[in-house]
Design a protein. Structure first.
Length: 437
Protein backbone atom coordinates (compact mmCIF):
# COMPACT_ATOMS: atom_id res chain seq x y z
CA UNK A 1 0.00 0.00 0.00
CA UNK A 2 1.34 3.42 -0.90
CA UNK A 3 2.01 6.08 1.74
CA UNK A 4 -0.88 8.56 1.35
CA UNK A 5 1.18 11.27 3.07
CA UNK A 6 3.56 11.15 0.14
CA UNK A 7 0.62 11.72 -2.21
CA UNK A 8 -0.58 14.72 -0.21
CA UNK A 9 2.93 16.15 -0.10
CA UNK A 10 3.52 15.78 -3.84
CA UNK A 11 0.31 15.12 -5.83
CA UNK A 12 1.92 16.06 -9.15
CA UNK A 13 4.59 13.40 -8.71
CA UNK A 14 1.89 10.87 -7.82
CA UNK A 15 -0.07 11.66 -10.98
CA UNK A 16 3.10 11.23 -13.01
CA UNK A 17 3.67 7.82 -11.38
CA UNK A 18 0.11 6.75 -12.27
CA UNK A 19 0.60 7.86 -15.87
CA UNK A 20 3.79 5.79 -16.04
CA UNK A 21 1.78 2.79 -14.83
CA UNK A 22 -0.60 3.17 -17.77
CA UNK A 23 -3.46 5.17 -16.23
CA UNK A 24 -5.06 7.77 -18.49
CA UNK A 25 -4.87 11.49 -17.75
CA UNK A 26 -8.44 11.55 -16.44
CA UNK A 27 -7.99 8.38 -14.35
CA UNK A 28 -4.81 9.63 -12.72
CA UNK A 29 -6.37 13.02 -12.00
CA UNK A 30 -9.54 11.49 -10.52
CA UNK A 31 -7.60 9.06 -8.31
CA UNK A 32 -5.33 11.82 -7.06
CA UNK A 33 -8.22 14.18 -6.33
CA UNK A 34 -10.11 11.40 -4.54
CA UNK A 35 -7.16 10.64 -2.27
CA UNK A 36 -6.64 14.32 -1.47
CA UNK A 37 -10.34 14.81 -0.73
CA UNK A 38 -10.65 11.70 1.44
CA UNK A 39 -7.44 12.45 3.32
CA UNK A 40 -8.71 15.96 4.11
CA UNK A 41 -12.12 14.66 5.27
CA UNK A 42 -10.44 11.92 7.30
CA UNK A 43 -8.11 14.40 9.00
CA UNK A 44 -11.00 16.75 9.73
CA UNK A 45 -13.05 13.92 11.26
CA UNK A 46 -10.10 12.80 13.37
CA UNK A 47 -9.59 16.33 14.69
CA UNK A 48 -13.27 16.59 15.63
CA UNK A 49 -13.18 13.25 17.42
CA UNK A 50 -10.00 14.20 19.27
CA UNK A 51 -11.54 17.52 20.40
CA UNK A 52 -14.74 15.86 21.59
CA UNK A 53 -12.80 13.12 23.36
CA UNK A 54 -10.74 15.75 25.16
CA UNK A 55 -13.93 17.58 26.19
CA UNK A 56 -15.54 14.37 27.45
CA UNK A 57 -12.45 13.50 29.47
CA UNK A 58 -12.48 16.96 31.02
CA UNK A 59 -16.20 16.77 31.80
CA UNK A 60 -15.77 13.33 33.41
CA UNK A 61 -12.94 14.69 35.54
CA UNK A 62 -15.07 17.65 36.66
CA UNK A 63 -18.03 15.36 37.47
CA UNK A 64 -15.82 13.39 39.80
CA UNK A 65 -14.62 16.54 41.57
CA UNK A 66 -18.16 17.92 41.96
CA UNK A 67 -19.40 14.64 43.42
CA UNK A 68 -16.59 14.71 45.97
CA UNK A 69 -17.65 18.26 46.88
CA UNK A 70 -21.26 17.17 47.28
CA UNK A 71 -22.45 19.30 44.34
CA UNK A 72 -24.74 16.66 42.90
CA UNK A 73 -26.98 18.99 40.87
CA UNK A 74 -24.03 20.54 39.05
CA UNK A 75 -22.55 17.08 38.55
CA UNK A 76 -25.80 15.89 36.94
CA UNK A 77 -25.73 18.83 34.52
CA UNK A 78 -22.20 17.86 33.47
CA UNK A 79 -23.26 14.24 33.08
CA UNK A 80 -25.93 15.39 30.65
CA UNK A 81 -23.29 17.33 28.72
CA UNK A 82 -21.05 14.23 28.68
CA UNK A 83 -23.92 12.28 27.14
CA UNK A 84 -24.41 14.96 24.47
CA UNK A 85 -20.70 14.82 23.63
CA UNK A 86 -20.85 11.02 23.47
CA UNK A 87 -23.80 11.17 21.08
CA UNK A 88 -21.93 13.65 18.89
CA UNK A 89 -18.92 11.38 18.88
CA UNK A 90 -21.03 8.41 17.79
CA UNK A 91 -22.43 10.36 14.83
CA UNK A 92 -19.03 11.70 13.77
CA UNK A 93 -17.33 8.33 14.34
CA UNK A 94 -19.90 6.57 12.16
CA UNK A 95 -19.20 9.01 9.33
CA UNK A 96 -15.47 8.79 9.97
CA UNK A 97 -15.53 5.00 9.63
CA UNK A 98 -17.24 5.28 6.25
CA UNK A 99 -14.64 7.79 5.04
CA UNK A 100 -11.80 5.71 6.44
CA UNK A 101 -13.09 2.56 4.71
CA UNK A 102 -13.43 4.37 1.40
CA UNK A 103 -9.92 5.77 1.87
CA UNK A 104 -8.52 2.29 2.54
CA UNK A 105 -10.34 0.74 -0.44
CA UNK A 106 -8.98 3.47 -2.70
CA UNK A 107 -5.40 3.03 -1.54
CA UNK A 108 -5.32 -0.77 -1.51
CA UNK A 109 -5.80 -1.20 -5.27
CA UNK A 110 -3.26 1.43 -6.35
CA UNK A 111 0.07 0.06 -7.58
CA UNK A 112 3.37 0.91 -5.93
CA UNK A 113 5.26 4.04 -6.94
CA UNK A 114 7.63 3.35 -9.82
CA UNK A 115 11.26 4.18 -9.05
CA UNK A 116 12.77 6.98 -11.09
CA UNK A 117 15.37 4.59 -12.60
CA UNK A 118 12.63 2.53 -14.28
CA UNK A 119 12.08 3.32 -17.98
CA UNK A 120 8.60 4.57 -18.85
CA UNK A 121 6.78 2.24 -21.21
CA UNK A 122 3.47 0.51 -21.84
CA UNK A 123 4.43 -3.13 -22.49
CA UNK A 124 7.20 -5.74 -22.44
CA UNK A 125 8.34 -4.45 -25.83
CA UNK A 126 9.76 -1.42 -24.01
CA UNK A 127 11.72 -3.35 -21.41
CA UNK A 128 15.44 -2.63 -21.43
CA UNK A 129 18.15 -5.26 -21.75
CA UNK A 130 20.85 -4.41 -19.21
CA UNK A 131 23.21 -7.33 -19.77
CA UNK A 132 23.54 -10.76 -21.34
CA UNK A 133 25.67 -13.71 -20.30
CA UNK A 134 26.95 -16.87 -21.95
CA UNK A 135 27.36 -18.08 -25.50
CA UNK A 136 24.51 -19.74 -27.33
CA UNK A 137 25.48 -23.23 -28.41
CA UNK A 138 25.74 -23.93 -32.13
CA UNK A 139 23.98 -27.23 -32.76
CA UNK A 140 24.84 -29.31 -35.82
CA UNK A 141 21.26 -30.56 -35.80
CA UNK A 142 17.81 -29.02 -35.36
CA UNK A 143 17.35 -28.59 -31.57
CA UNK A 144 14.04 -29.76 -30.18
CA UNK A 145 11.69 -28.25 -27.60
CA UNK A 146 11.72 -29.67 -24.07
CA UNK A 147 8.33 -31.38 -24.38
CA UNK A 148 9.45 -33.25 -27.52
CA UNK A 149 12.65 -34.33 -25.78
CA UNK A 150 10.94 -35.38 -22.55
CA UNK A 151 8.18 -37.34 -24.25
CA UNK A 152 10.67 -39.09 -26.56
CA UNK A 153 12.65 -40.16 -23.49
CA UNK A 154 9.42 -41.45 -21.92
CA UNK A 155 10.00 -39.19 -18.90
CA UNK A 156 7.40 -36.44 -19.45
CA UNK A 157 3.80 -37.65 -19.55
CA UNK A 158 1.26 -34.93 -20.25
CA UNK A 159 -1.48 -37.25 -21.52
CA UNK A 160 -1.82 -39.35 -18.36
CA UNK A 161 -1.63 -36.24 -16.16
CA UNK A 162 -4.48 -34.68 -18.16
CA UNK A 163 -6.48 -37.87 -17.70
CA UNK A 164 -6.45 -37.51 -13.90
CA UNK A 165 -6.05 -33.74 -13.36
CA UNK A 166 -6.95 -31.94 -16.58
CA UNK A 167 -4.83 -29.64 -18.71
CA UNK A 168 -1.59 -28.01 -17.51
CA UNK A 169 -0.34 -30.83 -15.37
CA UNK A 170 2.31 -33.45 -16.05
CA UNK A 171 4.01 -36.53 -14.69
CA UNK A 172 7.79 -36.08 -14.51
CA UNK A 173 9.33 -39.52 -14.26
CA UNK A 174 12.56 -41.38 -13.68
CA UNK A 175 15.79 -39.55 -14.41
CA UNK A 176 13.99 -36.26 -15.13
CA UNK A 177 12.31 -36.36 -11.72
CA UNK A 178 15.75 -36.99 -10.25
CA UNK A 179 17.15 -34.11 -12.29
CA UNK A 180 14.47 -31.73 -10.99
CA UNK A 181 15.24 -32.78 -7.43
CA UNK A 182 18.96 -32.29 -8.16
CA UNK A 183 18.25 -28.76 -9.33
CA UNK A 184 16.34 -28.00 -6.12
CA UNK A 185 19.11 -29.28 -3.87
CA UNK A 186 21.78 -27.48 -5.89
CA UNK A 187 19.89 -24.17 -5.75
CA UNK A 188 19.32 -24.42 -1.99
CA UNK A 189 22.95 -25.34 -1.28
CA UNK A 190 24.14 -22.54 -3.56
CA UNK A 191 21.99 -19.84 -1.93
CA UNK A 192 22.75 -21.09 1.59
CA UNK A 193 26.40 -20.29 0.95
CA UNK A 194 25.31 -16.74 0.07
CA UNK A 195 23.67 -16.24 3.47
CA UNK A 196 20.03 -17.21 2.87
CA UNK A 197 18.20 -19.00 5.68
CA UNK A 198 16.18 -21.96 4.44
CA UNK A 199 12.47 -22.10 5.27
CA UNK A 200 9.78 -24.68 4.56
CA UNK A 201 6.64 -22.50 4.65
CA UNK A 202 2.92 -23.34 4.86
CA UNK A 203 1.45 -24.04 1.44
CA UNK A 204 -1.99 -22.72 2.41
CA UNK A 205 -2.50 -19.24 3.84
CA UNK A 206 -5.39 -16.96 4.79
CA UNK A 207 -7.02 -14.22 2.75
CA UNK A 208 -5.55 -11.66 5.17
CA UNK A 209 -2.06 -12.93 4.36
CA UNK A 210 -2.73 -12.53 0.63
CA UNK A 211 -4.03 -9.03 1.33
CA UNK A 212 -0.90 -8.13 3.27
CA UNK A 213 1.33 -9.20 0.38
CA UNK A 214 -0.71 -7.19 -2.13
CA UNK A 215 -2.26 -10.14 -4.00
CA UNK A 216 -5.78 -9.42 -2.72
CA UNK A 217 -8.18 -7.97 -3.66
CA UNK A 218 -6.85 -7.26 -7.14
CA UNK A 219 -5.52 -10.73 -8.08
CA UNK A 220 -7.92 -12.97 -6.20
CA UNK A 221 -8.96 -14.83 -9.35
CA UNK A 222 -5.38 -16.03 -9.89
CA UNK A 223 -5.27 -18.37 -6.88
CA UNK A 224 -6.98 -21.60 -5.85
CA UNK A 225 -9.29 -21.42 -2.82
CA UNK A 226 -9.81 -24.25 -0.35
CA UNK A 227 -13.55 -24.95 -0.33
CA UNK A 228 -15.41 -24.01 2.87
CA UNK A 229 -12.29 -22.54 4.45
CA UNK A 230 -10.54 -19.16 4.56
CA UNK A 231 -7.41 -20.63 3.02
CA UNK A 232 -5.82 -20.47 -0.40
CA UNK A 233 -3.01 -22.42 -2.07
CA UNK A 234 0.12 -20.31 -2.43
CA UNK A 235 1.11 -19.17 -5.96
CA UNK A 236 4.68 -18.60 -4.69
CA UNK A 237 6.55 -18.95 -1.40
CA UNK A 238 6.88 -15.15 -1.44
CA UNK A 239 3.42 -14.98 0.15
CA UNK A 240 4.06 -16.92 3.39
CA UNK A 241 7.77 -16.10 3.73
CA UNK A 242 7.37 -12.33 3.37
CA UNK A 243 4.54 -12.58 5.90
CA UNK A 244 6.71 -14.31 8.51
CA UNK A 245 6.98 -11.09 10.55
CA UNK A 246 3.51 -9.67 9.76
CA UNK A 247 2.17 -7.45 12.58
CA UNK A 248 5.58 -7.52 14.27
CA UNK A 249 8.44 -5.21 15.15
CA UNK A 250 11.57 -6.73 13.60
CA UNK A 251 14.81 -6.28 15.60
CA UNK A 252 16.97 -3.79 13.70
CA UNK A 253 20.09 -5.88 14.28
CA UNK A 254 18.82 -8.77 12.10
CA UNK A 255 18.52 -6.55 9.01
CA UNK A 256 19.19 -7.28 6.24
CA UNK A 257 17.53 -10.69 6.57
CA UNK A 258 17.72 -13.20 3.72
CA UNK A 259 15.34 -16.16 3.33
CA UNK A 260 15.02 -18.93 0.74
CA UNK A 261 12.18 -21.40 0.39
CA UNK A 262 11.54 -24.34 -1.89
CA UNK A 263 7.83 -24.95 -2.41
CA UNK A 264 5.21 -26.12 -4.85
CA UNK A 265 3.33 -23.23 -6.44
CA UNK A 266 -0.31 -23.32 -7.55
CA UNK A 267 -1.73 -20.88 -10.10
CA UNK A 268 -5.06 -20.75 -11.86
CA UNK A 269 -3.47 -18.81 -14.74
CA UNK A 270 -6.78 -17.04 -15.25
CA UNK A 271 -6.85 -15.11 -18.50
CA UNK A 272 -3.82 -16.89 -20.00
CA UNK A 273 -5.62 -19.57 -21.98
CA UNK A 274 -3.93 -20.23 -25.31
CA UNK A 275 -0.70 -18.59 -24.14
CA UNK A 276 2.40 -20.78 -23.57
CA UNK A 277 0.21 -23.76 -22.73
CA UNK A 278 2.42 -26.37 -24.40
CA UNK A 279 4.83 -28.32 -22.22
CA UNK A 280 6.01 -27.17 -18.80
CA UNK A 281 6.03 -23.41 -19.40
CA UNK A 282 2.71 -22.44 -17.82
CA UNK A 283 1.43 -25.15 -15.48
CA UNK A 284 -1.13 -25.00 -12.68
CA UNK A 285 1.42 -26.66 -10.38
CA UNK A 286 5.19 -26.23 -10.42
CA UNK A 287 8.19 -25.97 -8.10
CA UNK A 288 10.22 -22.89 -7.31
CA UNK A 289 13.05 -21.79 -5.04
CA UNK A 290 12.08 -18.33 -3.81
CA UNK A 291 14.39 -15.66 -2.40
CA UNK A 292 12.99 -13.06 0.04
CA UNK A 293 14.72 -10.17 1.77
CA UNK A 294 13.74 -7.77 4.57
CA UNK A 295 16.01 -4.73 4.53
CA UNK A 296 16.34 -1.13 5.69
CA UNK A 297 14.87 1.36 3.18
CA UNK A 298 18.26 2.85 2.25
CA UNK A 299 19.55 -0.58 1.22
CA UNK A 300 16.70 -1.96 -0.88
CA UNK A 301 17.91 -0.93 -4.35
CA UNK A 302 21.41 -2.23 -3.67
CA UNK A 303 19.94 -5.45 -2.26
CA UNK A 304 17.88 -5.82 -5.46
CA UNK A 305 21.08 -5.81 -7.51
CA UNK A 306 22.59 -8.45 -5.21
CA UNK A 307 19.48 -10.64 -5.30
CA UNK A 308 19.40 -10.51 -9.10
CA UNK A 309 23.07 -11.46 -9.22
CA UNK A 310 22.38 -14.37 -6.85
CA UNK A 311 19.67 -15.68 -9.17
CA UNK A 312 21.93 -15.20 -12.21
CA UNK A 313 24.72 -17.17 -10.54
CA UNK A 314 22.60 -20.35 -10.75
CA UNK A 315 22.48 -20.11 -14.55
CA UNK A 316 26.16 -19.23 -14.68
CA UNK A 317 26.98 -22.36 -12.67
CA UNK A 318 24.83 -24.40 -15.07
CA UNK A 319 26.50 -22.62 -18.01
CA UNK A 320 23.22 -21.66 -19.66
CA UNK A 321 22.94 -18.36 -21.59
CA UNK A 322 20.52 -15.69 -20.38
CA UNK A 323 19.81 -11.99 -20.42
CA UNK A 324 18.64 -9.54 -17.74
CA UNK A 325 15.80 -7.16 -18.56
CA UNK A 326 14.85 -4.04 -16.60
CA UNK A 327 11.07 -3.91 -16.81
CA UNK A 328 9.44 -0.72 -17.99
CA UNK A 329 6.80 1.01 -15.87
CA UNK A 330 3.85 -0.57 -17.68
CA UNK A 331 5.23 -4.10 -17.30
CA UNK A 332 6.31 -3.80 -13.66
CA UNK A 333 4.15 -5.75 -11.22
CA UNK A 334 1.65 -4.04 -8.95
CA UNK A 335 3.71 -4.49 -5.77
CA UNK A 336 7.13 -3.50 -7.11
CA UNK A 337 8.90 -0.20 -7.49
CA UNK A 338 11.56 -1.85 -9.70
CA UNK A 339 11.93 -5.30 -11.27
CA UNK A 340 14.53 -7.24 -13.21
CA UNK A 341 13.49 -10.27 -15.25
CA UNK A 342 16.08 -12.94 -16.02
CA UNK A 343 15.28 -14.58 -19.34
CA UNK A 344 16.93 -17.89 -20.20
CA UNK A 345 17.84 -18.93 -23.73
CA UNK A 346 15.82 -21.90 -25.01
CA UNK A 347 17.27 -23.05 -28.36
CA UNK A 348 14.52 -25.57 -29.16
CA UNK A 349 11.42 -23.62 -28.18
CA UNK A 350 9.31 -21.94 -30.80
CA UNK A 351 9.05 -18.17 -30.86
CA UNK A 352 5.66 -16.92 -32.04
CA UNK A 353 4.92 -20.36 -33.45
CA UNK A 354 7.64 -20.57 -36.12
CA UNK A 355 11.17 -19.45 -35.28
CA UNK A 356 13.28 -21.89 -33.21
CA UNK A 357 15.06 -20.35 -30.28
CA UNK A 358 13.77 -17.72 -27.87
CA UNK A 359 14.22 -16.20 -24.42
CA UNK A 360 11.78 -17.08 -21.62
CA UNK A 361 11.49 -15.59 -18.15
CA UNK A 362 13.01 -17.84 -15.49
CA UNK A 363 13.20 -15.36 -12.62
CA UNK A 364 11.64 -12.05 -11.67
CA UNK A 365 13.44 -10.09 -8.93
CA UNK A 366 11.50 -7.19 -7.41
CA UNK A 367 12.08 -4.41 -4.92
CA UNK A 368 8.67 -3.77 -3.32
CA UNK A 369 9.91 -0.86 -1.14
CA UNK A 370 7.53 -0.48 1.85
CA UNK A 371 4.40 -1.38 -0.17
CA UNK A 372 3.96 -4.87 1.29
CA UNK A 373 5.32 -3.95 4.72
CA UNK A 374 2.65 -1.25 5.16
CA UNK A 375 -0.13 -3.71 4.37
CA UNK A 376 1.40 -6.46 6.51
CA UNK A 377 2.57 -4.07 9.27
CA UNK A 378 6.18 -5.25 9.25
CA UNK A 379 8.19 -2.60 11.10
CA UNK A 380 11.47 -2.09 12.86
CA UNK A 381 12.73 0.51 15.30
CA UNK A 382 15.73 2.39 13.98
CA UNK A 383 18.07 3.80 16.61
CA UNK A 384 18.43 6.95 14.52
CA UNK A 385 15.02 7.36 12.82
CA UNK A 386 12.49 5.67 15.13
CA UNK A 387 9.79 3.24 13.95
CA UNK A 388 9.92 2.54 10.21
CA UNK A 389 8.54 0.03 7.74
CA UNK A 390 11.04 -2.46 6.33
CA UNK A 391 11.51 -2.80 2.59
CA UNK A 392 10.70 -6.23 1.14
CA UNK A 393 12.26 -7.90 -1.90
CA UNK A 394 11.52 -11.18 -3.63
CA UNK A 395 12.82 -13.15 -6.57
CA UNK A 396 12.91 -16.61 -8.06
CA UNK A 397 16.17 -18.34 -7.44
CA UNK A 398 15.06 -20.07 -9.73
CA UNK A 399 11.77 -21.42 -11.10
CA UNK A 400 12.69 -25.12 -11.03
CA UNK A 401 10.49 -26.34 -13.86
CA UNK A 402 11.74 -23.68 -16.24
CA UNK A 403 15.33 -24.44 -15.23
CA UNK A 404 14.64 -28.09 -16.09
CA UNK A 405 13.39 -26.89 -19.49
CA UNK A 406 16.58 -24.87 -19.98
CA UNK A 407 18.79 -27.86 -19.13
CA UNK A 408 16.86 -30.16 -21.49
CA UNK A 409 17.08 -27.76 -24.44
CA UNK A 410 20.62 -26.49 -23.94
CA UNK A 411 22.17 -29.86 -23.09
CA UNK A 412 20.34 -32.01 -25.67
CA UNK A 413 22.34 -34.32 -27.93
CA UNK A 414 21.60 -35.34 -31.50
CA UNK A 415 20.44 -38.80 -30.39
CA UNK A 416 17.86 -37.25 -28.03
CA UNK A 417 19.85 -37.90 -24.85
CA UNK A 418 20.51 -35.12 -22.34
CA UNK A 419 23.92 -34.35 -20.88
CA UNK A 420 23.82 -33.52 -17.19
CA UNK A 421 25.46 -30.17 -16.29
CA UNK A 422 28.72 -30.78 -14.47
CA UNK A 423 27.60 -29.13 -11.19
CA UNK A 424 24.58 -31.46 -11.04
CA UNK A 425 26.39 -34.77 -11.55
CA UNK A 426 27.11 -35.21 -7.79
CA UNK A 427 23.41 -34.61 -7.10
CA UNK A 428 22.54 -37.24 -9.73
CA UNK A 429 24.59 -39.98 -8.07
CA UNK A 430 27.22 -39.76 -10.79
CA UNK A 431 24.82 -39.99 -13.75
CA UNK A 432 26.18 -37.73 -16.50
CA UNK A 433 23.82 -38.53 -19.40
CA UNK A 434 20.07 -39.18 -19.43
CA UNK A 435 19.09 -41.66 -22.11
CA UNK A 436 15.95 -43.47 -23.14
CA UNK A 437 15.71 -46.86 -21.53
Amino acid sequence: MIDWRRVVANPESFQKALLARGYSDSESLNICQKILKLSEERSKGQLQLNALQAERNKVSENVGQLMKQGKKAEAEDLKARAKEVGDQMNVINSEFEKIDQSFKETLEVIANWIHESVPVGKSAHQNKEVRAWGEKKNFNFQPKAHDELGEALGLLDFERAAKISGARFTFIRGALAQLERALVNFMLDHHRRKGYEEIIPPYMVSAQTFYGIGQFPKFKEDVFKIENDDKYLIPTAEVPVTSLFADEMVPEEILPKYFMAFSPCFRSEAGSYGKDTKGLIRQHQFHKVELVKLVAPEESLNELEKMTADAESILQALNIPYRVMLLCSGDTGNNAQKTYDIEVWLPGSLFEGSQRGCYREISSCSDCSDYQARRSKIRYKSKEKGTRFVHTLNGSGLAVGRTLIAVLENYQQEDGSIKVPEVLIPYMGGVDVIRKK
